[in-house]
Write a protein that binds this ligand. Structure first.
Ligand code: AGP
Length: 591
């Protein structure tokens, strides 16, 4: 999703902004722009598509500038629509993250005052509103604040001011963070963007404006018009690994890392977990929440809390909270899952839950993110930076953490730790050349097919859904994950000769049902693939079988790995952009 970067210091702003925007690329974008101040004017370069490896330095040498990566919401992917956007007199440019929900209304009002619009983007109303304020005699800062106050929706904006040689930025919703190094100041949507320059950060909260000039920054509360004295702090967790190493793509690197990341995610002590466990023990109802892959992690954790801890638990999708709000009671616990900690749907849901006085625990992977700051307690997934847009290692980190919590409630913290370490060594043994080759050949079998189904039940139901999502995201093929029980109630109508059906089968009370379902689709001509425990590899219902690491109570985690690999190899064969799939953003900061 859109990314913002700003810089004031001694060095070459355009090359620093370029490096910063490159670090924000993983969030997803379709056009970009950089504006700097040079020779008494603002110079801007913009383009659609991806940032080039280098930008022409000489023409753009300056010590102050802003940059933006745009993920189109209002208006097509064109150079004109790319940010930053100039004021008419070229005295400032503005870039924005978010959506101005009332932009049509504001645009109409401005048009009736005689303003004309050149782009299709909602950002342009912010530019015109600021221009309007300046025309009335307001200073740039005042005009920007007044413009901002007229906007509905979650928006974070940045303005580069020619006359005062300053950068102003206001946050509401979309993340914003400062990096400080001596007299250099960095501004970004994500600390990953300036992590190579500094680890000293200053958080900007919703409703705050930051005014940046050379060697200095000031933060104001825009409602109370009050200066805020906030000191920088050192963020230790910013050791972010952004190299592919020996791998062709971040995705495969991140898949293989899971043998280690599931352990890091669960390296908490009983003492560290205690505040959450105590709340969970007392809670009448527990809610887990997330969107996309984190939504499936929320489902799986709810499964563990019901099945292992016997807790009354509902899993809610972040964007479908309405019917739960009135049944939430003080003392209930919400566990919110999010890789980025910035997902607008999840943040909005948590904000609504807070009003119900429930206890909010979040599990996030990005240090300093919004969700961690608005919760009562937060835990890091500690998966390290996940650069591929499709989440893999964070999903398994989240559910491993959920498993540890579920077991801790029933006093089995040590058993959980043992199980997790067995799983980790099983995974280490799973990533062999031979296994990878077999999965690659199964992916090749699927290349010409368009529709696929995945069946799961019990502990594997949500794994079927996450497996399907993973493959959709990267291969653009139509995979659907179903509860095996649903098959006879409708889905079977879609099965024809050659339709691939993947069944997830574990040694548990559901295995018989999975075998019958697979026979039923095979009888109708399906190409059947099994993923699961070794004891099923010779079952006659399967045309192909991928044996996973047998991991007792953690089979669900073993079972998702082959789907991640099928997704990767399928996309590779198809020549898709694996780490940055089309239309998707890593951090979904708008609704
Ligand atoms: C994951 O592969 C997806 N790209 C997406 O579904 C993601 O999980 C979702 O947008 C939620 O993101 P979060 O974990 O950062 O909240």
């Amino acid at each position: 999703m859109c990314g913002i970067f700003g810089y004031i210091g001694q060095s070459d702003a355009s090359s620093i902004i370029h490096k910063g925007l490159k670090r924000l690329e993983y969030r997803g974008y379709d056009s970009w722009g950089i504006s700097i101040i040079k020779d008494g004017e603002i110079k801007t370069i913009k383009d659609i598509g991806h940032l080039p490896e280098k930008i022409k330095k000489k023409e753009l040498f300056s010590n102050i500038g802003i940059g933006h990566t745009r993920w189109a919401t209002h208006g097509g992917i064109t150079v004109t629509n790319a940010h930053p956007h100039f004021s008419k007199d070229k005295s400032f440019v503005i870039a924005q993250n978010g959506i101005v929900e009332n932009y049509l209304l504001l645009k109409g009002r401005l048009e009736s005052k005689g303003y004309t619009f050149e782009t299709e983007v909602d950002t342009e109303v912010i530019v015109k509103l600021a221009e309007d304020g300046i025309k009335k005699g307001q200073g740039v800062k005042e005009a920007l604040i007044n413009a901002f106050k007229k906007l509905d929706g979650r928006n974070t904006i940045v303005l580069l001011d020619l006359k005062n040689q300053k950068i102003y930025s206001i946050r509401n919703g979309s993340p914003l963070i400062l990096g400080v190094k001596d007299d250099e100041i960095f501004l970004a949507s994500d600390p990953l963007a300036f992590n190579q320059f500094t680890k000293d950060i200053v958080e900007i909260n919703n409703g705050e404006l930051v005014e940046i000039e050379k060697g200095n920054f000031k933060i104001y509360d825009i409602e109370r018009c009050k200066y805020i004295d906030r000191k920088k702090r050192r963020e230790k967790l910013l050791n972010i690994d952004v190299d592919k190493g020996k791998y062709d793509h971040f995705m495969i690197k991140e898949i293989v890392q899971q043998q280690h990341t599931i352990l890091r995610a669960t390296e908490y002590t009983e003492k560290e977990l205690a505040p959450l466990i105590e709340r969970l023990e007392k809670a009448r109802t527990v809610y887990t929440i997330g969107a996309g892959t984190s939504g499936f992690a929320a489902d799986q954790i709810a499964y563990y809390l019901r099945k292992i801890s016997l807790k009354n638990t509902f899993s809610i999708k972040s964007y479908e909270t309405e019917s739960y709000l009135d049944i939430m009671k003080k003392g209930d616990v919400v566990i919110a899952l999010s890789q980025s900690g910035e997902t607008a749907d999840t943040i909005e849901a948590v904000e609504m839950f807070k009003e119900k006085e429930v206890y909010i625990a979040t599990v996030i992977n990005m240090p300093g993110s919004t969700l961690s700051r608005i919760s009562d307690i937060f835990f890091m997934s500690k998966a390290g930076s996940e650069i591929c847009v499709a989440s893999t290692k964070v999903f398994t980190s989240q559910i491993s953490f959920g498993y540890l919590v579920a077991k801790s409630i029933i006093g089995e913290f040590n058993t959980a730790k043992k199980e997790l370490s067995i799983l980790s060594s099983n995974l280490e043994n799973f990533f062999t050349e031979r296994n990878l080759k077999d999965i690659k050949s199964i992916a090749k079998l699927l290349i010409k097919k368009e529709h696929f189904f995945i069946l799961g039940k019990g502990q594997n139901f949500h794994i079927a859904q996450e497996g399907a999502l993973k493959i959709k995201e990267i291969s653009y093929k139509h995979f659907e994950g179903f509860a095996a029980g649903e098959l006879k109630h409708g889905v079977i109508a879609l099965i024809e000769k050659g339709t691939p059906v993947v069944s997830i089968i574990s040694k548990d009370s559901n295995s018989k049902d999975l075998i019958s379902s697979t026979f039923e689709v095979k009888a109708r001509g399906a190409l059947t693939i099994g993923i699961g425990d070794k004891i099923f590899e010779d079952e006659k219902c399967f045309d192909h079988f991928i044996t996973v690491a047998d991991s007792n109570e953690l089979k669900a985690i073993s079972n998702v790995i082959p789907f991640q690999l099928i997704s990767y190899y399928l996309a590779k064969e198809l020549g898709n952009n694996i780490d940055k799939p089309r239309n998707l953003a890593k951090s979904v900061t708008v609704k």
